[in-house]
Design a protein around this ligand. Structure first.
Ligand code: PMT
Length: 400
């Protein structure tokens, strides 16, 4: 977070239950050396008190177009900002910002700025998925606004779904990206990422599967998109996919093999973060195997090794990144895969460690390069891991 030191950041907080998380965003930014001015909308007051944010911000909280001592409060904050982040951003704030309705201090500030803006939507799933909200988000994105996608999980009122404010690490990571100029460093490059776990049919209803949620692969695809790449995501998982990412849905290792080898022909960077089954049933029964027939014997056969095939056909100038999911001898096992599969980088995660690997929102990795260099990244959000992976890719590609 070196990038935020000494920078002027406006933190906009709008009226949603996730407003309490803005306190942590504010604190972490101030701790990292930023000057933080906070704007609280009228609705935000229903969820969080201005005293809390005044105590943590670098100056008293701003709440209205009319209370500020400045003669031009609607432009002062925006003009002086290096970056504006709105967390949480409600459907209403996104709509007002997209339409340029400067009815309050927050929207006026967003319109009166040339600084980079980061919005972090948070709302119920039905609202997030509504075409009006998605259209507004797409419009803002097309104007250069960085959107930190909401996550899935428990929402207010006990509902579960997509719409929860992104975790604080992801928000800080997006701010860090924007301020450190990483924003467009993959411009003009084509990136193919695989995500999720393959499912191998046993019969008409049963599959051999694994616990991959696709979160790590999606985070890499989203980061690559944010950094200007043309992104294709080959996925087994149906998660909200950012407009701008080309998604190819697959289910089995063979389908992922076909999609990845076809996509990789034109790709500059290929990242295999999917968890591919190593074995599949030799024969999948056409119908449902009946219980009455007794315990079935399922004979397995190996699946094609996609990464090894990609390594064998790697073009000059193409960067190939593999993952290694290990439970012991992390570095040695990963080094073996790096060499055997002709990779440029391998991202090794010890999936037996707490909060690491399958399904978690966090991960911890060791990134090993073919030149022998090694970088350890401690427990962080999967977005932060994605940033580190892509930083390593950029480093490898710029090496003489
Ligand atoms: O999806 P999440 O819930 O976010 O979890 C993330 C993750 C744990 C799935 C991810 O971080 C990860 O480790 N992905 C790789 C999982 C894996 O299959 O590792 P492996 O060590 O078995 O395989 C090594 C590499 O070969 C991987 O890049 C894998 O994609 C690839 N492989 C494996 C088998 C196969 N038949 N073909 C392959 O291409």
């Amino acid at each position: 977070m070196e990038s935020v030191r000494g920078r002027r950041i406006v933190l906009g907080v709008s009226g949603g239950i996730a407003a309490y998380k803005s306190v942590e965003v504010c604190r972490r930014l101030v701790d990292a050396g930023a000057h933080v001015s906070t704007i609280l909308t009228e609705d935000a007051h229903r969820f969080i008190g201005p005293v809390t944010l005044s105590a943590l911000s670098s100056e008293p909280v701003h709440t209205s177009l009319w209370d500020d001592t400045s003669p031009i409060p609607h432009t002062r904050l925006g003009q002086n900002a290096d970056l504006i982040v709105v967390a949480p951003a409600t459907a209403r704030v996104l709509a007002a910002y997209a339409m340029g309705l400067s009815h309050d201090l927050l929207i006026a500030t967003l319109i009166a700025t040339r600084a980079q803006v980061v919005v972090c939507p948070a709302m119920h799933t039905e609202m997030w998925e509504h075409p009006s909200v998605q259209d507004n988000v797409a419009l803002l994105r097309s104007r250069g606004v960085i959107v930190v996608e909401p996550q899935s999980g428990r929402l207010a009122g006990g509902d579960v779904g997509t719409g929860r404010l992104a975790d604080v690490d992801s928000i800080l990571n997006a701010i860090d990206n924007a301020l450190s100029g990483r924003t467009r460093d993959l411009e003009g490059l084509s990136v193919v990422v695989s995500a999720g776990g393959t499912r191998e049919p046993i019969d008409a209803v049963r599959v051999l599967a694994n616990r991959s949620s696709g979160k790590q692969g999606y985070a890499i695809a989203e980061q690559a998109l944010a950094r200007g790449a043309q992104v294709t995501l080959v996925t087994t998982v149906d998660r909200v996919t950012l407009p701008g990412i080309t998604r190819v849905d697959v289910e089995t290792a063979q389908q992922m093999f076909d999609a990845m080898t076809a996509q990789a022909e034109h790709a500059d960077i290929v990242v295999m973060s999917a968890a591919v089954a190593d074995f599949r049933p030799f024969v999948a029964a056409a119908g449902k195997i009946k219980k009455e027939g007794g315990v079935p014997e399922i004979v397995l056969e190996p699946t094609p090794d996609i990464l090894a095939a990609l390594g064998a056909s790697k073009r000059k100038g193409q960067t190939l990144v593999g993952f290694a999911a290990e439970t012991s001898n992390l570095v040695d096992n990963a080094k073996g895969k790096l060499a055997r599969k002709n990779l440029d980088l391998i991202v090794a995660n010890d999936v037996s460690a707490e909060g690491v690997g399958f399904s978690h929102d966090t991960n911890a990795v060791t990134i090993l390069a073919a030149d022998g260099s090694c970088r350890q990244v401690g427990l962080s959000s999967k977005h932060a891991i994605a940033t580190e992976v892509l930083d390593s890719v950029v480093k490898v590609r710029s090496a003489p």
